[in-house]
Design a binder for this molecule. Structure first.
Ligand SMILES: Nc1ncnc2c1ncn2[C@@H]1O[C@H](COP(=O)(O)OP(=O)(O)OP(=O)(O)O)[C@@H](O)[C@H]1O
Length: 349
């Protein structure tokens, strides 16, 4: 769907052409791509074979019948053709143009666009997908509302993350604290995905929204990834990826279920374990220390296993880790202390 929307996003010549036809109120039926399956159901018309231009599309739409474009939308191949799709293919549309469009899309898997003459709407069909393009003003309003919601959720998430960070240094983190933060992250990511859909549909009108989104949550996926790596029972890349894949699949009410999320992290006995104290490995904290390569972070975690042990490590002990010399050991020790001080101050704001 998002690829489809990008194809017809505002600012593209194709969208300009569709808008021209819509404004002219001639109606239109357009097939994108000319494969053997399409050839089979096309009858009559003229071969045009010229470069695509929004104005040509508008002129050709004045004629009856369907227009066929090349798959890359660069050429207009045929106009004034009749499409004869298999009439046994089901269609929920009532008008002939729209019914034809839906059937052709199902039969050929090509993108078919129907522009209604009377109802002022552009409808996209591809396979079983059907999508009526919305007015840009309406989408912009929705996208702005979603950004406002996102801002609120993100600020609560930031505070929760800081509080979690502070509890980590005090060794007071419960599994419940961790699953709460993961819930919030997932909600933020879902709003982000919704806004991304609007951005796709807005094309170059969505630039400002896109910048705001990047500013607000550009880093959230990375933070979420490190958080899961910090707490998942068995830490390997495949398991971490799996947690995110499964989180995505949860229904909205399931995200609120702490037991579900604990299970994803590898803690199946939630009723007994909700208040279980857990310790992070230290991925999030170590990633905040500037210029610390990931290989060294991995070596540190392999050696000390948990953040509390890492915090207690002396400069000599840090120095013994592969890839760490005395200077770097000092930087790490100071970095850890600085992050601890900062997070404890921030928590009490
Ligand atoms: N099989 C077809 N092949 C090509 N063009 C078609 C086909 N069926 C309908 N059309 C086009 O649709 C026009 C008539 O559509 P009709 O008014 O029945 O459609 P509709 O779905 O109600 O759309 P609208 O909302 O534009 O009225 C025809 O004049 C013709 O240009």
């Amino acid at each position: 769907m998002s690829q489809l929307l990008q194809l017809v996003s505002p600012g593209t010549p194709f969208r300009d052409g569709l808008e021209n036809v819509l404004r002219a109120k001639t109606g239109g039926l357009i097939v994108v791509g000319y494969s053997p399956e399409v050839m089979e159901i096309v009858d009559g018309g003229f071969s045009i074979n010229c470069d695509f231009s929004p104005n040509y599309l508008y002129e050709l739409a004045k004629m009856d019948g369907a227009i066929i474009l090349s798959e890359d939308l660069k050429r207009i191949l045929y106009a004034n053709t009749q499409l004869i799709p298999d009439s046994s293919i089901s269609s929920s549309e009532t008008g002939i143009r729209h019914r034809t469009a839906e059937r052709v899309a199902k039969q050929t898997s090509k993108l078919v666009v129907s522009i209604s003459q009377r109802r002022n709407v552009i409808t996209l069909y591809q396979g079983n997908l059907r999508y009526a393009l919305k007015d840009i003003g309406v989408i912009l309003t929705k996208a702005n509302q979603a950004i406002q919601t996102l801002e609120k959720y993100k600020s609560v998430l930031d505070q929760d993350m800081t509080n979690l960070g502070a509890s980590e240094f005090e060794e007071l983190v419960t599994l419940h604290d961790v699953t709460s933060v993961i819930q919030r992250i997932e909600m933020v990511l879902r709003i982000k995905a919704e806004i991304n859909r609007y951005i796709n549909e807005l094309g170059n009108e969505g630039r400002l929204i896109s910048m705001q989104l990047e500013e607000l949550v550009g880093n959230t996926e990375r933070e979420a990834y490190l958080l899961v790596k910090d707490y998942i029972k068995e830490c390997n890349e495949e398991k971490v990826r799996d947690v995110f894949a499964q989180l995505k699949r949860l229904a909205s009410d399931e995200i609120l279920d702490h037991a579900q999320i604990s299970r994803l992290l590898g803690y199946p006995h939630i009723s007994a374990g909700a208040e279980e104290i857990v310790s992070p490995r230290g991925y999030r904290v170590l990633n905040k220390i500037p210029r610390l390569p990931s290989i060294i972070i991995n070596n540190l975690i392999e050696r000390f296993r948990q953040l509390p042990h890492l915090m207690m490590a002396t400069i000599d002990e840090l120095d013994e880790v592969d890839g760490i010399g005395e200077v770097r050991a000092r930087t790490i020790k100071e970095g850890l202390k600085r992050i601890q001080d900062q997070v404890l101050i921030d928590r009490h704001i």
